[in-house]
Design a protein. Structure first.
Length: 172
């Protein structure tokens, strides 16, 4: 069985598609390396290479925003830390902890994205222009203003009963 990327390279060459006129989007850089390898095994004359992009690079091409590097993020976090905690900790002492905090924030964000909208008892909710919108089970959407201090939403079932078989509000 041939690898998919090899089949793709063979199809591009077999269908007489000019590689230089082509843009191919891959899930990661490793796939690009293998595709280049397979394409170079098939093509025996000089040609312009297709534009090979990761999904991240492809999406970034549509915006002027950029993903900051780790050092820039830790530096920004250090400035925020100093202003909130009112401690003058030097950057070189903070760097290790700042890097760890950024990894933790990233992990929390990944888990949040995985579980968002998965709990059937949790109403659908989203942010828009500083307002929190909540869609209730009756279908009505209500807007809630941004709170003065940050909060972490915790899903709580609407009708909780200590006795699973008893109606809600019944004594155990």
């Amino acid at each position: 069985m041939k690898p998919f990327l090899k089949e793709l390279a063979e199809r591009i060459v077999g269908d007489k598609i000019t590689p230089g006129d082509l843009t191919v989007v891959f899930p990661n850089r490793r796939a690009i390396l293998y595709f280049r390898k397979y394409l170079s095994e098939i093509i025996d004359k000089p040609v312009f290479s297709p534009q090979l992009l990761t999904v991240e690079d492809f999406m970034a091409s549509f915006t002027s925003l950029r993903v900051p590097d780790k050092l820039e993020l830790v530096h920004h976090l250090h400035a925020v830390y100093k202003s909130v905690v009112n401690v003058d900790e030097p950057f070189d002492k903070f760097y290790f902890w700042g890097e760890m905090l950024l990894k933790d924030f990233d992990e929390i964000d990944r888990y949040r994205r995985v579980f968002t909208g998965r709990d059937p008892l949790t109403p659908r909710a989203w942010w828009s222009a500083g307002t929190y919108h909540i869609q209730f089970p009756d279908g009505q959407v209500r807007a809630v203003a941004q709170p003065p201090v940050p909060v972490v939403p915790v899903p709580v079932p609407a009708a909780w009963s200590p006795n699973p078989g008893a109606p809600s509000g019944a004594a155990p």
